[in-house]
Design a protein around this ligand. Structure first.
Ligand code: GAR
Length: 205
């Protein structure tokens, strides 16, 4: 049984999709905690309603990034995580924090990485005139929105699309992609080899 700690900053719809998939598909895992850096993150209420322990480590209360990350790490580690899941966790993380969770921290990013790291990815995809947009689940490494890619979801860009329309359509795909990728981790099917992820067949385990 693997312990998963999920970090959110707001709505938490990806966290919700993971919780629902874990329950419906009976993964050999439990959500040990949902932790937010924002006291008013909407997703905390959903987690609490499912009986999941919640915690807030407010970044505003800390003078430095390093002090916040240290406090966050201490809170996360109380739940003995096998996996830390960033689900709309809108923080730049320090290298020591990332290294502490090396090969056991995943992020979902709303672009087809390596395209468009950082913020405003939907605007960027439209401005670039790309016919396709998407989302990426990757292992977290110290460089922002880099790191070995586990899986991607793709959507077509339609004429007349706006950043909001794209974000909305992509979110539906994120809600399938993230549970898929996390389940692979839970089932020990992800191997990181020289910076690339290899997915083991279910039957080879
Ligand atoms: C999602 O679209 C996620 O991909 C994005 O924030 C949204 C969170 O929504 N993450 C990032 O931009 C990380 N750089 P949610 O809170 O409803 O899951």
């Amino acid at each position: 049984m693997k312990n998963i700690v999920i970090l959110i900053s707001g709505r938490g719809s990806n966290m919700e999709a993971v919780v629902r998939a874990l329950d419906a598909e009976h993964w050999p895992a439990r959500i040990a905690a949902v932790i937010s850096n924002k006291p008013d993150a909407a997703g905390l209420a959903f987690a609490a309603s499912r009986g999941i322990p919640t915690a807030v480590v407010a970044n505003k209360a800390f003078a430095t990034r390093a002090a916040f990350d240290a406090a966050l790490q201490e809170t996360i580690d109380r739940f003995a995580p096998d996996l830390v899941v960033l689900a709309g966790f809108m923080r730049i993380l320090t290298a020591p924090f990332v290294e502490h969770y090396a090969d056991r921290m995943l992020n979902i990013h709303p672009s087809l990485l390596p395209l468009f790291p950082g913020l405003h990815t939907h605007e960027a995809a439209l401005a670039a005139g790309h016919a396709e947009h998407g989302a990426t689940v990757h292992f977290v490494t110290p460089e922002l929105d880099h790191g070995p890619v586990v899986a991607q979801a793709r959507i077509p860009v339609h004429p007349g699309d706006t950043p909001d329309l794209l974000a909305q359509r992509l979110l539906t795909e994120e809600h399938k992609l993230y549970p898929y990728a996390i389940r692979l981790f839970v089932e020990d099917r992800l191997i990181i080899e020289q910076g690339d992820v290899r997915i083991l067949e279910a039957s080879s385990i």
